[in-house]
Design a binder for this molecule. Structure first.
Ligand code: DAH
Length: 331
């Protein structure tokens, strides 16, 4: 073995290595266990040759080390340049979802009543005829009980036709006072048209306490209508009939489009019908064990689709459930 020739050869291999991997294979070739130099070192017998070869090995190891540092530095530099982030590039927009209009209105109403100290209660979409009709004082011959009007699962079970059964469930579960709203889906066997869909949403309200009067109902509905339709709104009552309220009324809100002057939305009356309400019929207290001598209360039920339709001028309710984003994105 010619140490000088080996050193020249190894040094040019070191210089020629273009990457850490190439350099490592060169190192194995010249300094690895079975390379010429280490083998010679293992066989060396005289001191002088041993010192010379050891010195050569030390020089080569240093040269490899220096070159490795150089290559790794260059590779890191390259990586940093390649990975550099251009913070001035425009970002990729992440499309943002939104809540369905009916969900927005639902939450809005929940917030209004939470602000008045009411509880928000979940009802059941699958109800028994007892809670949906009987305990709401609806006689056995009431037309809504017919399978032609309502969607029955069996003779005693149906998809609720209104949110009112939640009144009974809440009163049954807790004593007075009760201040609650319950919002959700209801089902009726209706043929869809521009103003009817067979699945729609209602908000039910119930307040039972000592000394609750019709004036409290009016004030509460006035507050709700002003929150939904603007501070200028007025509320008026027309007498009506519901089996579960006595007296029963239908609240109207002054038209928010023409301000009472008369337009097509209010059918030139200046007033818009807003659902049903009344004082809880004392009959109901018998079903839930409340004492009608002690407490009185009011209840109301409004349709959320109707609120959406009026407030946003929707020409056709069916469009709300067609999932056409061009429509839904507008709200
Ligand atoms: N449940 C009635 C309906 O679906 C609406 C209603 C009227 C609810 C009067 C009430 C009420 O709580 O007091 O037509």
């Amino acid at each position: 073995m010619d140490p000088a020739a080996l050193e020249t050869e190894a040094r040019s291999a070191i210089a020629a290595a273009g990457s850490a991997v190439e350099l490592e294979s060169a190192r194995v070739r010249y300094l690895g266990r079975n390379a010429e130099l280490p083998r010679a070192l293992r066989q060396v017998r005289d001191r002088e040759t041993g010192q010379a070869l050891n010195a050569l090995r030390a020089r080569l190891e240093r040269a490899f080390g220096e070159r490795r540092a150089e290559l790794e530095g260059a590779e890191l530099e390259l990586k940093l340049t390649a990975d550099v982030v251009d913070v001035t590039l425009p970002g990729r927009p992440a499309p943002r979802g939104r809540l369905h209009l009916i969900t927005q209105i639902r939450r809005e109403i929940e917030d209004i009543f939470l602000g008045l100290g009411y509880q928000v209660v979940d009802g059941r979409e699958v109800e028994t005829a007892y809670y949906n009709f009987t305990a709401l004082n609806m006689p056995s011959w009431h037309p809504a009980r017919s399978p032609l009007a309502s969607l029955y699962l069996d003779s005693e079970t149906l998809l609720r036709t209104e949110t009112s059964p939640s009144q009974i469930r809440v009163m049954e579960a807790t004593g007075p006072p009760v201040y609650m709203v319950s919002l959700g889906r209801v089902y009726r066997r209706d043929t869809p048209d521009a103003t009817h869909v067979p699945i729609f949403h209602q908000v039910e309200g119930l307040a039972v306490d000592r000394g609750v009067t019709l004036a409290d109902l009016k004030g509460t509905l006035l507050h709700l209508m002003r929150a939904l339709f603007g501070e200028e709104r007025q509320v008026r009552f027309r007498t009506h009939y519901f089996p579960f309220t006595e007296p029963s009324i239908e609240p109207d809100v002054s038209c928010f489009l023409c301000d009472g002057g008369g337009c097509s939305v209010c059918k030139h009356s200046g007033w818009i019908e807003m659902g049903g309400a009344g004082m809880v019929d004392p009959e109901l207290y018998g079903f839930v064990g409340y004492d009608p001598e002690e407490v009185s209360g009011f209840a109301f039920g409004l349709g959320l689709e109707r609120i959406a339709m009026l407030r946003h001028g929707l020409p056709d309710l069916r469009e709300l459930w067609e999932n056409d984003l061009r429509l839904l994105r507008q709200f």
